[in-house]
Ligand binder design. Structure first.
Ligand SMILES: C[S@@+](CC[C@H](N)C(=O)[O-])C[C@H]1O[C@@H](n2cnc3c(N)ncnc32)[C@H](O)[C@@H]1O
Length: 453
C-alpha cells in the first residue's frame, strides 16, 4: 500500500490520488517485466522476416503478438483485430501463425505498408519482381530527367542532402516508368517508403524528426538491397494464401462497422490486440510526414492537417468533445491545469503548448472510451481484448492510462482480468530532472479484458 501511496503522492487533489489508489488495489496488477520487457518494443522485429521491412519505432514486437494470441486461446475459425495496426505487426504475425486478421489505421502510409507486408506472391509474381529489379539496376546510372517529380516533392528537399534527394527522385521516376501495376508496383513503392528515414538527414526521435546526417551515400544501392531482402523473405518464408487478412484505412472509433463489412470472411472476431497512441503528445503524422509526402498520400500541409484531425487526441489538437467526461478524467485534467502557473512562474514564460494538455487528456479518454465501446460491440462473450499502453506524465503528474482504460472498460461489458506490468516507461529528460521520482514510477502495461455476457 505504501508503494502505491508513493506512486501517486504528487497529486494536489486528494480525491484524485485516493481514487487512483483504489483502482490500483482493485485490479490484479501482475509484474511480468522479466518476460515482457523486450517484447513491448520494436527491437525483436528488426531481424524478423517481413516485420523488418519498415522500421516502425512505435511498434511492438511480433513475439508479443504470438504470446498474446496463445493466451487468447483463439481458434482457427476466428480472426484477430488490431484497430491501431501501425506497421501491421499483429495481422502479419497472426497470418504467419495461421490466423486470420484485420488491421485498421488512420495513417494511409501505415495501412499501405501493412497491406503490402501481409500479401502473398506466387512464382510468376516473384519472377516479375526479379525482372523489375534488374530494370532498376540497369536504369539507375542515367541522369535524372527534369520532370514534374522535382516540383511535386520539393516540399521534402530540406530533409535530405541534395545528392540523396536527387537519387530518391530518380528512383521514383524509374518506379513510375515500370511496366507493372498492382501488387508488384505496390511492393516497389513499399520498399521505397522503407528506406526514406535511413537516407534522410532526419531521425524519428521524441516527438518528431531530429536533424542528423544520413550514413547512406548510395541511395540506389541501398534501395536495391532493401528490395532484395524483401524478396528473400517472400521466397523463403511463404505466407499462406488461404489465410484471410485485410488492412483498412479507417478510424478505430468505427471498428464495429469496419468489421461488419467483412461479409466474405468465414471467420468471426476472436480477439482484439492493440497498442493505441498514448496521451504523451506524440504526433504520428509529424513523425511520418516524409513518407506521407513522398508516397503520394498527401500533397500539402492542409492534407496533413486533415489527417491529424482524425487521430486519437494523443497530441494537442483542436476538436475536443468535452461532454460527459467521467469525474476522474476531469480531476486529472484539472490537476495538470493547476500545475501550469507554477511552471510559468519558474520559467517566466507562457507555456501555450502545456496549456492545451488538460483538454487533450479529456479528448484522449473520450476517444478511447469510444474505441472500448466498439471493442465490446465487436466481441462476443468470453473473448479477450489486450491493450498495450504506457502511463504518461505532465509537470510531474502521472496519468495512469492503464487504470483509467480498465475502469472505462468495466462500464462497457468487460471484466478486467489483469494488468500485466511489462516494463518501466520513460519520460523526457527535462521532466525527469525536475521530478526524479518519475524514473521508477511510470510503467508500460497490458490491460487484459474479457467480454462478459
Ligand atoms: C502505437 S502505434 C501502433 C503500432 C503497432 N502496434 C505496430 O506494431 O506497428 C498507434 C497507431 O495508431 C494510429 N492511430 C492514431 N489515431 C488513430 C485512429 N483514430 N484510428 C486508427 N488508428 C489511429 C497511428 O497512426 C499509429 O499507427
Amino acid at each position: 500500500m505504501s508503494e502505491i501511496k508513493n506512486r501517486y503522492h504528487p497529486y494536489q487533489n486528494n480525491e484524485l490520488g485516493q481514487y487512483i489508489q483504489s483502482l490500483e488495489t482493485r485490479y490484479n496488477i501482475k509484474d511480468e517485466i522479466n518476460f515482457f520487457s523486450q517484447l513491448v518494443n520494436f527491437s525483436k522485429n528488426v531481424d524478423a522476416p517481413y516485420h523488418r521491412w519498415f522500421k516502425y519505432r512505435e511498434g511492438f514486437s511480433h513475439t508479443l503478438v504470438s504470446e498474446l494470441i496463445k493466451r487468447s486461446e483463439i481458434t482457427s475459425d476466428e480472426y484477430i483485430i488490431d484497430p491501431f495496426c501501425g506497421s501491421g505487426t499483429t495481422v502479419l504475425e497472426a497470418k504467419k501463425l495461421g490466423f486470420s486478421g484485420l488491421g485498421i489505421d488512420i495513417n494511409p502510409m501505415s495501412t499501405f505498408t501493412s497491406l503490402v507486408k501481409c500479401r502473398t506472391y506466387d512464382d510468376n509474381e516473384i519472377q516479375e519482381i526479379e525482372q523489375c529489379l534488374e530494370e532498376i539496376k540497369e536504369l539507375y546510372p542515367e541522369e535524372i530527367i527534369e520532370d514534374e517529380t522535382q516540383e511535386k516533392y520539393a516540399i521534402c528537399d530540406k530533409f535530405f542532402s541534395s545528392h540523396n534527394f536527387q537519387q530518391l527522385l530518380k528512383i521514383r521516376q524509374v518506379l513510375n516508368s515500370l511496366d507493372t501495376i498492382g501488387k508488384i508496383s505496390d511492393l516497389f513503392l513499399c520498399g521505397y517508403l522503407c528506406i526514406i528515414e535511413e537516407v534522410s538527414d532526419r531521425k524519428r526521435d521524441g516527438n518528431g524528426l531530429r536533424k542528423r546526417t544520413s550514413r547512406v551515400t548510395n541511395v540506389v544501392n541501398h534501395y536495391v538491397e532493401k528490395i532484395q531482402s524483401m524478396l528473400t523473405d517472400i521466397k523463403n518464408k511463404r505466407l499462406k494464401n488461404s489465410i484471410f487478412s485485410d488492412i483498412k484505412l479507417g478510424n478505430a472509433t468505427d471498428m464495429t462497422a469496419i468489421c461488419s463489412e467483412l461479409i466474405n470472411a468465414e471467420v468471426t472476431p476472436g480477439a482484439i490486440i492493440y497498442s493505441p497512441p498514448y496521451p504523451n503528445s506524440f504526433d504520428y503524422f509529424e513523425s511520418y510526414k516524409m513518407e506521407l509526402y513522398l508516397g503520394d498520400f498527401i500533397e500539402n500541409s492542409s492534407d496533413l492537417a486533415d489527417l491529424r484531425k482524425q487521430a486519437i487526441h494523443s497530441f494537442v489538437r483542436p476538436g475536443v468533445n468535452l461532454k460527459q467526461t467521467p469525474k476522474y478524467i476531469n480531476w486529472m485534467s484539472q490537476e495538470i491545469e493547476c500545475a501550469i502557473p507554477e511552471k510559468e512562474e519558474r520559467t517566466g514564460k507562457k507555456d501555450i503548448r502545456t496549456r492545451k494538455v488538460p483538454a487533450m487528456i479529456i479528448g484522449y479518454f473520450a476517444d478511447m472510451e469510444e474505441v472500448i465501446k466498439q471493442s465490446s460491440q465487436t466481441l462476443s462473450e468470453g473473448k479477450k481484448c489486450y491493450i498495450v499502453v504506457d502511463q504518461s506524465a505532465y509537470l510531474g503528474k502521472i496519468v495512469p492510462t492503464d487504470l483509467f482504460l480498465a475502469e472505462i472498460a468495466e462500464n462497457y461489458g468487460f471484466s478486467v482480468e489483469e494488468i500485466i506490468v511489462c516494463r518501466r516507461a520513460r519520460t523526457s529528460p527535462q521532466q525527469l530532472k525536475l521530478y526524479p521520482y518519475l524514473n521508477d514510477l511510470l510503467r508500460e502495461s497490458i490491460v487484459v479484458l474479457k467480454r462478459l455476457a
